[in-house]
Write a protein that binds this ligand. Sequence first.
Ligand SMILES: [Fe+2]
Ligand SMILES: [Fe+2]
Length: 190
Amino acid sequence: MSITLKTESNHINPLQELLVEELRDLLHAEGQLVAALPKMAEAAHHPKLQEAFLKHLQQTEGHIERLKTAFELLGEKAQPKPCKAMMGLVEEGQETIKEGREKQEIAADLGLIAAAQRVEHYEISAYGTARSLARQIGERDVATLLAYTLGEEESSDYVLTELAKPLMQQASSEGAGAESKTARPRKQKA
Ligand SMILES: [Fe+2]
Ligand SMILES: [Fe+2]
C-alpha cells in the first residue's frame, strides 16, 4: 500500500509532484510516438527495421497504458503536459524520413535508426528518473510499472544498435567498391 506524504504545510510531497510532472511529460511524449512510429515503419526499407518499429509501436501503446495506471495509483489525473523535447525529436525524425527519400536505402535506414535511438535515449533518461522518484517516495507499484517500460526502451535501443551493425558493414563495403571504381589510378610501383 502506498502512502502519500504530506509536508507540514499540507502540500503534496515535492518529489511526488515532480514525479507527476515527469509522468505528464512522458504521457505527451509517448502519444506523439504512437503517431510517429507508423511513419518510421513505412519509411524503413529493411524488413527487420520495419518490424522493429511496428513492434515498438505496440510496446508504446502499452507504455501509455502503464502511465495511465501509474496516475491512477498516485490518485492523479492522466493529463499530458506538452513535451517540447519529443516534439523536436519527432520533427527531426520527419526530416530524416524526407531526406532519406533522396538517399540510398541503407543510408536512409541508418538515418532512421539514428533518429529512433535519439528518441529511445530520451525515454530511457526520463523513465530512469521517474522510476527513481517513485522508489524514493515508496510508490513501489508505480516504480515496477516504470521499470518494465524502461526495460522495453532499453531493449528497443539495443535492437536498433544490432540492426545498424550489418547495415553499416554493408554500406562501407559497397562504398569501398564504389570508391575503387571511381578512384584515380595509382602510380605503379617500380
Ligand atoms: Fe515508450
Ligand atoms: Fe520507445
